[in-house]
Write a protein that binds this ligand. Structure first.
Ligand SMILES: O=C(CO)[C@H](O)[C@H](O)COP(=O)(O)O
Length: 227
């Protein structure tokens, strides 16, 4: 099976978690896109969706699914999204697509975070994938200096994210600093430390509030991990 077929398999499985008549929170990325395509098949049984990025909102609307502003929504049963890395305890690195802040906000309103991922995303220790930090542009250097002071390890480097030769700008008008070369021993503690730096909007560590369920796609089938 290809990686895309594994992503499609978990996306199909995730439909079981969607509650009839409700609004579903939808993540960002290639796995989330497969989920949106599956959601389109049952669009008449849901009220609509809240999107975690402009790209997701556009794909949902393209399928004729109603997109609600989060401010219009008081509760959501589920938020369904991919991850860049996930541990056997449900802690994740997210934000490879740069949507970490909106993902965290929408996930915080949902009762359950259902992570959908192919088996390559399951890791013992988070940090091989660069950890994204969304930052207010004027604070780029100040935040980078504060991150370096955290002594994150001898191999740690901080890089401004670029796209098409220009600094990547998020849907919130901010920049991303990627922390490379981490081995994250205590994800909850690191998430709290980075959140406290002035100028940081959010960090792509989802540890204090990690996944509740992970649907992990492997060639021998989809495994369900409950946390
Ligand atoms: O956090 C994300 C986007 O900001 C994605 O969920 C994460 O990057 C995984 O993406 P993909 O499903 O394409 O592997």
């Amino acid at each position: 099976m290809t990686q895309d077929e594994l992503k499609q398999a978990v996306a199909r499985e995730a439909i079981k978690y969607v509650v009839d008549g409700e609004i579903v929170g939808v993540g960002t990325g290639s796995t989330a896109n497969f989920f949106i395509d599956e959601l389109a098949k049952i669009k008449d049984s849901i009220k609509g969706a809240v999107a975690s990025s402009e790209a997701t909102a556009e794909r949902l609307r393209g399928h004729g699914i109603d997109v609600f502003e989060l401010n219009q929504v008081a509760r959501m049963s589920v938020y369904i999204d991919g991850a860049d890395e996930i541990t056997a305890q449900g802690a994740m690195i997210k934000g490879g697509g740069g949507a970490l802040t909106r993902e965290k906000i929408v996930a915080s309103v949902a009762e359950k975070f259902i992570c959908i991922a192919d088996a390559s995303k399951l890791v013992k220790t988070l940090g091989k994938f660069p950890l994204p930090v969304e930052v207010i542009p004027m604070a780029q250097s100040a935040v980078a200096r504060q991150l370096m002071k955290l002594n994150l390890g001898p191999d740690c480097e901080i890089e401004l994210r670029f796209k098409d030769g220009k600094p990547f700008i998020t849907d919130n008008g901010c920049i991303i600093l990627d922390i490379i070369g981490l081995k994250i021993a205590d994800p909850v503690a690191l998430e709290a430390q980075i959140n406290q730096i002035t100028g940081v909007v959010s960090v792509g560590l989802f540890a204090k509030q990690g996944a509740n369920v992970c649907l992990l796609g492997a060639p021998d089938g989809v495994k369900t991990m409950n946390f």
